[in-house]
Design a protein around this ligand. Sequence first.
Ligand SMILES: C[S@@+](CC[C@H](N)C(=O)[O-])C[C@H]1O[C@@H](n2cnc3c(N)ncnc32)[C@H](O)[C@@H]1O
Length: 251
Amino acid sequence: MNDKNEESIDFGYQKVARNQKKNLVADVFQSVAAKYDVMNDLMSFGIHRLWKRYTIDCSGVRRGMKVLDIAGGTGDLTAQFSRRVGAEGEVVLADINDAMLKVGRDKLRDRGIIGNVRYVQADAEELPFDDNTFDVITIAFGLRNVTDKDKALRSMLRVLKPGGRVLILEFSKPVSATLNQVYDFYSFNILPKMGQVVANDSDSYQYLAESIRMHPDQETLKSMMEAAGYEKVDYQNMTGGVVALHRGYKF
Ligand SMILES: C[S@@+](CC[C@H](N)C(=O)[O-])C[C@H]1O[C@@H](n2cnc3c(N)ncnc32)[C@H](O)[C@@H]1O
């Protein structure tokens, strides 16, 4: 019998049993949650804010809409969606990790973002929502960490309303060889040291660099989305392909 859980799967460059990956990923985000935002700003020189703003601009979000920000973590996208959907709309910030959710919830409440945001602990692979619930779904820097990405893509499509769109913001493959070299040097020599100094945790940032290299490239992810049933799938590279924004629709 072919038991899926006995197959091995990548956790960064390591091969681990399929049913171990969730716990290992949980350990990473449990460990980095408190320093997650400050590390994001440092590591990306603040550029992650532009990637996220562009994602919102491409989402087509309007007042009154219902949005799911899955793997939403500390809530950067949720905060912007909350303003755009207004009091008649709703944003669900969902994440598998309670520590990340707590940091997100505290941050948004401190900023006065309340009333139209709901917090749900959920796994992207098995979303606990009815079919055809959301107008817009985002997953930013989250899909890379999911064990069964195809299952997560199908789960997101199921809860998306007809006419709605899913946006996947994720690290991808730089388009130029030179940029790739610089990026590799930065990721493997500088990032883990930064993680050690700021978050007292170099392993999690080593995992970050490795998991990015193991993630499907632009065209592969596009094919995976099409295979899952998304229509009119496209993507746009940002920062030379360091990051890509994939978009797919349900009609
Ligand atoms: C790198 S953070 C991204 C947070 C936020 N979206 C952002 O862009 O700043 C990745 C998040 O994915 C969450 N995550 C990992 N696996 C998940 C899964 N299977 N389902 C839902 N969330 C998951 C982690 O807990 C973490 O909060």
